[in-house]
Write a protein that binds this ligand. Sequence first.
Ligand code: HMG
Ligand code: MG
Length: 298
Amino acid sequence: SSAPEIRIYEVGPRDGLQNESKFVPTEHKIELINKLAAAGLKNIESASFVSPKWVKQMSDGSEVMKNLKRVPGVNYPVLIPNLKGYHIAKQCNIEEVAIFPAGSEGFSQKNLNCSVEEGLARFQEVAEQAVKDGLRVRGYISCIVGCPYDGPISPSVIAKITERLLAMGCYEVSLGDTIGVGTAGSVRRLLTEVLKVTTPDKLALHFHDTYGQGLSNLLAGLDFGIKTVDSSISGLGGCPYARGASGNLATEDLVYFLYGLGVNTHIDLVKLVEAGRFISNYLGKPTESKVNRALGDR
Ligand code: HMG
Ligand code: MG
């Protein structure tokens, strides 16, 4: 049989940068996105259109989307919190939007300033409009196994939100372990429940690596047949409204891991490492990717 395929969904320019306190100039954001595309990534979440009063780092989303170099065949989705953000993003030649309800009340209040139910209603409006406009819609659920405010989250709660997002027209739902507290065990229990309401081709895995469990959680998830994985260049990432959240699973580590499984990712690891170095050097901090450290030091 042919080599298995895994779809990598890069979130570095959005999830990676949103947590950085030092403002990254627009041209550096764009250069990062262009380098990621040049390394072979086909899905690059490039901006968010959230309130600039909430996340200043992402306030230049329009400039980023209007000026990045569009590579044919590369998808540049953006994160959208409400119709206001949608209408701004719509002026920027976008093809895919991502909506992001929370799996827990505590985090919903902190991240979206509303309840889970109110958040779902707002996101439903965004999804309806986007579908009408012919755009693809992706759904995230945050705090899939644990919330920094509410503690452990029941898998059945996440399964219900997954169903709702799919009913809104999302082509896939990315299950987000926002604070990285998941383990292979809790991820298995979650997926067993979620896969009662959908099939693996409708799911993606979004692991933050706070507790160093990202790759083992991923391996647990791949056993269920899931074929889309979110990761962030250099392991950047975190949500400013999730206490204790740190970086995402690093894209360099993911690509190295997939090589080992015989998956052809069509990604140039050398160029990927260079992209990671570029942004880490700019931010003035060491890379969070062990693979980047191992290869970059040569
Ligand atoms: P709010 O303060 O309740 O909203 O925030 P509001 O409607 O009262 O608006 C406040 C001000 O912001 C108003 O301005 C609005 O016009 C403006 P004023 O009238 O005071 O001058 N505003 C906007 N401006 C531009 N674009 C917009 C927009 N919306 C309002 N879209 C809101 C509610 C949802 C807006 C806010 O809570 C928000 O922006 N939250 C987003 C926080 C965020 O970006 N978090 C990180 C992303 S989530 C994540 O990282 C998790 C994920 O990776 C998955 C995982 O890891 O699990 C996806
Ligand atoms: Mg995230």
